[in-house]
Design a protein around this ligand. Structure first.
Ligand code: FCB
Length: 457
C-alpha cells in the first residue's frame, strides 16, 4: 500500500472534491437485444470484418444490465463519492426518435435510485458514442437533424431522471467520435472523410450547446457540461516542420473544441488547414456552442508527440508504456490543467477519466496490479499539484470500474480496477481497487480530523 502514504491527505484536495469511478453503457451493459433495446452504431461496427481486434462485440460485455444491483454494491464498497456512467440512447429510445422504451428508462431509474440509496452521486453522460443505428442510417452526426434529436433525447432523460442526477454530461470526447469515427474510421461508424468528420464535430458541439439551453429552460437542477479528451502535444524534434505539426495537432485536438466552447470561434489556423473540409456553420451556431457550462470534464491518459515525418514511436521515448502502448506521463496532466486554466475562462474542472491498461494476472483470487496503482497514484498527485498551483478542480474519476469492452481493442485490454472473468462474470477487486479504497478512506479520515480541529469539537 506504499503509494497511499506518498499522497497528500493534508487538505490539498478541497473538502467537497468528488472522487469517483467511471464506465460507459456499451462497454459494460451487454443485453444488446434485451427488453426492446435497439442496435447502436457500435453493435453494427463490431460485425465488420477486422474492425475489432479480437472479433468480439458488446452483446454480453460485463452483463451489467442484469447485474447492476451487485455492481452497485461493488461501487459502494470502494467508498467513492460518485459514479460516472452513460445512458445507451438506443436502449431508452430505440430509433433515436419516436417511441421511448419504458424498460430501458426503468433500468436507468433503478440505477440512479440504487446509487442515491447508497449515498453515491450519479454523474450521467448522455452520449458515450453508442448512437442509435437508425439515426446513422439517416446520416448520423453528419446530418443536422441529429442535433435536434439529441436535444429531444436530453429533454426526455431530464424529465425522467433530471431531478436525481448530480451532473449531466452531453458528450464524451467529441474528438474521438469525429476523427476516429469519421476521418480515420477506426471507430464506429467507420467513415473515412475529413470533411464529414469536421461537420460531425460541429454538430456535436452545436447539439451540446442547444441541449444545455433546453435543459436550463426546463430548470435542470443537475450541473451541466461536456467531457473532452485532451493531451499536451510536443514536437518530436525542434525542427520547424515538427513544431508546425505540433501546433496544428494541438489545434485539432484542443483548440478546435475549447475555442468555440469558451470564445465562440473556431481557431483560424485550423480553419485554414482544413480549407474545403471546414464545416458548414449557420448563423447563431457559435453563440449556441459557447453557452456557459457549470463544469468541464477532461479525460487524460498520456501526452502526444507530433512529427511531420516518420510517425513517433512511443518505444523510443524510454518512458514506461501501458498495454495500449501509451506513455506514462503524469506531469503532462498537471501541465494540461494549468494550460486550460490559463488560456480559457473554465468552470470547475474534473478529471473524468484516467487509468491504465496493463496485463493482469488473476492468481488465487488476487490481481497484483502494482503498475496500475502506481499510475493512478502518480496522476492523482499530478492533479494535487495543479490544485496547489491554483486550478479549480472539482473531482477525479478512475477509468474504469470494471475490465470491459475496450472498443476496437475488444476485451484484450483491461482498464478495470476490478477484474472481470468474462466466462463466469465473476468480479474480483484488483490490488489497485483495494488501494483506491484505502486512499479514499484516508482522505476522508483526514477531512474529518480537520473539521474536528476547525470546529473545536
Ligand atoms: C476513452 C474512452 C473510454 C475508454 C478509455 C480507455 O477514450 O472515453 O470509453 O475507452 O478511453
Amino acid at each position: 500500500m506504499g503509494h497511499a502514504d506518498t499522497l497528500p491527505a493534508d487538505g490539498t484536495f478541497p473538502e467537497n472534491f468528488v472522487w469517483g469511478v467511471a464506465t460507459s453503457s456499451f462497454q459494460i451493459e451487454g443485453a444488446a437485444k434485451e427488453d426492446g433495446k435497439g442496435p447502436s452504431i457500435w453493435d453494427s461496427f463490431c460485425r465488420k470484418d477486422g474492425a475489432i481486434a479480437d472479433a468480439s462485440n458488446g452483446d454480453i460485455a460485463c452483463d451489467h444490465y442484469n447485474r447492476s444491483s451487485q455492481d452497485l454494491d461493488l461501487i459502494a464498497s470502494l467508498g467513492v463519492d460518485a459514479y460516472r456512467f452513460s445512458v445507451s440512447w438506443p436502449r431508452v429510445r430505440p430509433g433515436g426518435q419516436g417511441p421511448w422504451n419504458t424498460a430501458g428508462l426503468d433500468f436507468y431509474q433503478r440505477l440512479v435510485d440504487g446509487l442515491l440509496a447508497r449515498g453515491i452521486k450519479p454523474y450521467l453522460t448522455l452520449n458515450h458514442w453508442d448512437l442509435p443505428d437508425e439515426l446513422q442510417a439517416r446520416g448520423g452526426w453528419a446530418h443536422r437533424d441529429t442535433v435536434h434529436h439529441f436535444v429531444d433525447y436530453a429533454l426526455g432523460l431530464q424529465a425522467k431522471l433530471g431531478d436525481r442526477v448530480a451532473n449531466i454530461t452531453t458528450h464524451n470526447e467529441p474528438w474521438v467520435m469525429s476523427v476516429l469515427g469519421h476521418e480515420t474510421g477506426v471507430f464506429a461508424p467507420g467513415v473515412k472523410s475529413r470533411a464529414v468528420a469536421m461537420q460531425v464535430a460541429h454538430h456535436l458541439l452545436l447539439s451540446h450547446g442547444l441541449a444545455l439551453q433546453a435543459l436550463r429552460a426546463q430548470r435542470s437542477t443537475a450541473k451541466l457540461g461536456i467531457v473532452l479528451n485532451l493531451s499536451p502535444i510536443y514536437a518530436a524534434t525542434p525542427s520547424q516542420a515538427d513544431q508546425n505539426n505540433a501546433r496544428i495537432e494541438d489545434g485539432r485536438l484542443l483548440r478546435w473544441y475549447m475555442d468555440p466552447l469558451f470564445k465562440g470561434t473556431y481557431p483560424q489556423d485550423v480553419l485554414e488547414f482544413l480549407g474545403q473540409d471546414a464545416p458548414l456553420i449557420e448563423t447563431g451556431d457559435m453563440q449556441a456552442i459557447s453557452t456557459p457550462m457549470d463544469f468541464m470534464g477532461i479525460n487524460y491518459y498520456s501526452r502526444q508527440m507530433a512529427s511531420a515525418g516518420q510517425p513517433w514511436d512511443n518505444r523510443q521515448s524510454g518512458l514506461e508504456l501501458t498495454d495500449m502502448g501509451w506513455e506514462v506521463f503524469p506531469q503532462g496532466l498537471t501541465e494540461l490543467l494549468l494550460r486550460v486554466h490559463r488560456d480559457y475562462p473554465v468552470p470547475p474542472l474534473y478529471v473524468t477519466e484516467n487509468g491504465g491498461a496493463f496485463r493482469d494476472c488473476l492468481l488465487d483470487g488476487r490481481v497484483q496490479d502494482e503498475r496500475r496503482t502506481a499510475y493512478i497514484a502518480a496522476h492523482i498527485a499530478a492533479v494535487g499539484e495543479a490544485i496547489r498551483q491554483g486550478v479549480d478542480m472539482a473531482g477525479y474519476m478512475v477509468w474504469s470500474l470494471l475490465d470491459n469492452f475496450e472498443w476496437a481493442s475488444g476485451y484484450e485490454k483491461r482498464f478495470g480496477i476490478v477484474h472481470v472473468d468474462y466466462a463466469t462474470q465473476t468480479r474480483t477487486c484488483k490490488d489497485s481497487a483495494l488501494w483506491y479504497r484505502e486512499f479514499l478512506r484516508r482522505q476522508k479520515a483526514a477531512r474529518t480530523e480537520r473539521e474536528t480541529v476547525t470546529t473545536g469539537a
